[in-house]
Design a binder for this molecule. Structure first.
Ligand SMILES: Cc1cc2nc3c(=O)[nH]c(=O)nc-3n(C[C@H](O)[C@H](O)[C@H](O)COP(=O)(O)O)c2cc1C
Length: 202
């Protein structure tokens, strides 16, 4: 394994779902933004359609998001279960910031009109590309000592997110990623036998 491979393997291993987050990051805000922009720019997409969109919520906007999620869930989660929900939301709010991941439906619709034979595929390909982007940012963060986890309060919060953060409704929310310096390590993880997952045919 050469040094480059070693760095990649190291980052892949470090990337975990980190739920215990501090309201700080071990890099500057400029570096943070650079990582996000770099990942968005270089993540592949079908036909290079570049349908992925991101909003980085810093400071009061980060807090506003999780307050909003809490308020929406209050009307939905049974009262006796709400304390646990609130605790979970508070753990996300305790982080430094949140990335909102979107797919631009205008782009997807244009591609569907242009390449009618692949009409059904574009929304699926957009999701796949969004997943690649999430993974790239998550892994790049890990390599910089930033912990993150992945949440899906969409579509429950979609309308309010667009309203509060002045985002076009054509941007469809895909995922939310709260992050910050890890306050605790991720727990142990089970793995299925690799031979069941990967077939080598010689
Ligand atoms: C597509 C996808 C969706 C996920 N959704 C959630 C989620 O909504 N909430 C959550 O806490 N974790 C979510 N996760 C995190 C997984 O539970 C986690 O990645 C998995 O258990 C492996 O643990 P690790 O991330 O520490 O390696 C999601 C992961 C993926 C890849």
């Amino acid at each position: 394994m050469n040094e480059n491979t070693h760095n990649l393997y190291d980052a892949v291993l470090k990337r975990r779902s980190v739920y215990s987050l501090k309201n700080e990051i071990p890099v500057s805000e400029e570096r943070l933004i650079e990582i996000i922009q770099y990942a968005v720019k270089h993540t592949p997409s079908a036909f290079n359609m570049q349908s992925a969109r991101v909003a980085l919520l810093l400071g009061v906007n980060h807090k506003k998001l999780w307050d909003m999620v809490k308020n929406i869930l209050k009307h939905i989660v049974p009262e006796q279960n709400f304390a646990a929900t609130e605790q979970k939301i508070n753990s996300f709010a305790a982080g430094y910031a949140t990335i909102l991941f979107f797919n631009d439906t205008n782009v997807i619709e244009k591609m569907q009109a242009k390449f009618a034979a692949y009409k059904e595929n574009f929304p699926i390909w957009a999701e796949q590309s969004a997943g690649m982007l999430q993974y790239l940012i998550w892994t790049a963060f890990a390599s910089q000592g930033i912990g993150a986890n992945l949440q899906h309060y969409n579509p429950l919060i979609d309308e309010e997110v667009c309203k509060q953060f002045d985002i076009a409704r054509s941007w469809r929310l895909v995922a939310q990623m709260p992050f910050g310096t890890p306050a605790a390590n991720a727990g142990a993880k089970d793995f299925l036998p690799i031979e069941e997952l990967v077939k080598i045919k010689r």
